[in-house]
Every structure is written in structure tokens, then in C-alpha cells.
Design a protein around this ligand. Structure first.
Ligand code: NDP
Length: 299
């Protein structure tokens, strides 16, 4: 039984979407502007199609305008750059999201660099990464910002806490470390070359796992009472006794069942960090829209 220990990201995300929806309606009523999110999908990756559909649907549910651009797999880099440039210039578009991964013949870096940093609601442009690292106002990557919101909601102030981030990607690990540092935690970033990962993890009052290895983090990696944020989304064969043969299921980077007796609090997979990502994307779109109009919002 995980009552009291489970961090309910699904419920938190729903509440955040409601707040964003209310602020969106308010913005439109008072200033006559409707936040617009453009989502660009190149190719037919099935997982990306699901993500993109959910992003559009939830943007519309929050009262935003959503602009959908589906391009064929064979789209050239030049064509995609031209679309990004059009969206940069379009006053109805306040946020631009190019779904990753892109087909191999397109250099993702070139595309990310072309997005207007003011419209970069994924927060992947180096200008936004640099602004975050410098403690300036920035658009912050959605997944790590969602993790920080869950941590603050659970723990209040993070001052002086030992935080360990497993993973150093530009999308999750690095911005997560910057956010924790900004919140006055003492931060260690571990990765595939780290020696004695379990010993490093055991120092953590806050452990964020963003590695992509199913159930890698076991009970012996955890300090008793630690708050654990599991970012991993891994599909594995369903090995539970009552599962139909051939079925798969999602698990995190943390072995939830064995971690539960040790931790103070933990996010489940699914239903933890995952739902936060799109809710924060909507929040970023709203904030980008307000800033482009010279308004400030507090969310
Ligand atoms: P990446 O593959 O880009 O990065 C993984 C990181 O983990 C790297 O820094 C890598 O180290 C490190 N790593 C890999 N294997 C090990 C290991 N055995 N021991 C220690 N470190 C290791 O992944 P992402 O950051 O994009 O995503 C991480 C996970 O989070 C994935 O499961 C992904 O599906 C999930 N995710 C979930 C999201 C959500 O909405 N909830 C959003 C984004 C991602 P090195 O740098 O040395 O190679």
C-alpha cells in the first residue's frame, strides 16, 4: 500500500491544467489575446503521434489555439526550416514545438537553433538553456520543471537538501540539475561513467532518475526517507503472473515495489512525472504568450 507515499502527478497535472485554463480565459478577456501553440510532427513515429495528439487536445481543452503541422518523413531540412521561420513570424503562434526525434537526415540542432527563443516552449534552445543556467527569466524544459513543481509541493523549501540527478541529457538531467541548484539544493549529477552509482544515489534526500533503464534503481540505492522522482518511461514485457502472454507494460527507472518501504515519497510510473510534462507545456505556452505581449503572469 503506497498511501501517503505516492506523489500523484496525474492529480497535480490536472489541477495545473485547470489553473492554466482559467488564466488563459482571463488573458483573452482582459487583453484580447488567445495563446497559440504550433506543434510540428515530421514522419509517422507511432509514439510521437500519440504525444502530439495529446498535446493538441490538451491545448484546446485549456482554451488555446492549436496549429498542427504534419510533414512527411521525406521532408527536407530546408522545408522544415522554412516552416519554423513562418511560425516564428506568425503573430497567432506564441509557442512552437517540433516533436523529437526527427528523421535522421534532418539535423535536430539546426532546427532547434532556428526557433525564436521567445516561442521555444520546450526550452531546448541554447539561449533558454543559458538563461536558465544564469538564473535569468527563461522558458524551462517541461519535464524537469514538472519534477521541480512536484518536489516543492511535497517538500516546501529545498534549501540545503542533497539532490542527486541520474542522467545528464539536455532534455531532462541537465536542466533538472540547474533547477535544483536554483532552488538551493546541493546537486550531484551522475551518468554512465559515474563510479559506484548506488553509493552516490544513497546520499540523496532527493533522487531524480532520468536514465531510461527499467527498474535500475533498487532499495539498496536509497537513503531512508528520500523523495524519489522517477522520470523513466520504459516498455517491458508484462511479467506479472496474471498478465496475458505477449503483453507489455510501462515501468520507470526505479523498482517501485522494492523502493516503497524505504522512501519518504515517490512518483509512480505511469501517473507520476508523465502527465506533468504536457501540463507544463501549456503553462509555458501561456507564459510565452503573456511575455510576448509584455505582460507578466504568476503560475
Ligand atoms: P537520454 O538517453 O538522452 O539520457 C540518459 C542519461 O542516462 C544519459 O545521461 C546517460 O549517461 C545516463 N545513463 C544511461 N544508462 C546509464 C546507466 N546504466 N547508469 C548511469 N547512467 C546511465 O534520455 P532522456 O534524458 O531523454 O530520458 C531519460 C528517461 O526519461 C527515458 O526513460 C525517457 O523515456 C524518459 N522521459 C520521460 C519524459 C516524461 O514526460 N516523463 C520526458 C523525457 C524523457 P551518458 O550521458 O553518460 O550517456
Amino acid at each position: 500500500d503506497d498511501t501517503g507515499k505516492r506523489i500523484d502527478g496525474k492529480a497535480f497535472a490536472a489541477a495545473l491544467r485547470t489553473r492554466v485554463g482559467a488564466a488563459t480565459a482571463d488573458l483573452e478577456r482582459r487583453h484580447g489575446v488567445r495563446p497559440g501553440l504550433a506543434v510540428v510532427l515530421v514522419g509517422e513515429d507511432p509514439a510521437s503521434q500519440v504525444y502530439v495528439r495529446n498535446k493538441r487536445k490538451q491545448a484546446e481543452e485549456a482554451g488555446m489555439a492549436s496549429f498542427h503541422h504534419t510533414l512527411p518523413e521525406a521532408t527536407t531540412e530546408a522545408d522544415l526550416l522554412a516552416l519554423v521561420e513562418r511560425l516564428n513570424q506568425d503573430p497567432a503562434v506564441h509557442g512552437i514545438l517540433v516533436q523529437l526525434p526527427l528523421p535522421g537526415h534532418i539535423r535536430a540542432e539546426r532546427i532547434l537553433l532556428a526557433i525564436d527563443p521567445a516561442k521555444d516552449v520546450d526550452g531546448f534552445h541554447p539561449v533558454n538553456a543559458g538563461r536558465l543556467a544564469s538564473g535569468m527569466e527563461a522558458l524551462v524544459p517541461c519535464t524537469p520543471l514538472g519534477c521541480l513543481m512536484l518536489l516543492k509541493d511535497r517538500l516546501g523549501k529545498l534549501d540545503g537538501l542533497e539532490a542527486v540527478v541520474l542522467g545528464r541529457s539536455n532534455i531532462v538531467g541537465k536542466p533538472m540539475a540547474q533547477l535544483l541548484l536554483g532552488a538551493n539544493a546541493t546537486v550531484t549529477v551522475a551518468h554512465s561513467r559515474t563510479r559506484d552509482l548506488p553509493a552516490v544515489a544513497r546520499r540523496a534526500d532527493i533522487l531524480v532518475a532520468a536514465v531510461g533503464r527499467p527498474r535500475m534503481v533498487g532499495a539498496e540505492w536509497l537513503k531512508p526517507g528520500a523523495t524519489v522522482i522517477d522520470v523513466g518511461i520504459n516498455r517491458i514485457p508484462d511479467d506479472r503472473p496474471d498478465a496475458e502472454p505477449g503483453k507489455t507494460r510501462l515501468v520507470g527507472d526505479v523498482d517501485y515495489e522494492s523502493a516503497l518501504p524505504v522512501v519518504g515519497a515517490i512518483t509512480p510510473v505511469p501517473g507520476g512525472v508523465g502527465p506533468m510534462t504536457i501540463a507544463v507545456l501549456l503553462r509555458n505556452t501561456l507564459i510565452a504568450c503573456a511575455r510576448q505581449r509584455g505582460l507578466t503572469l504568476d503560475l
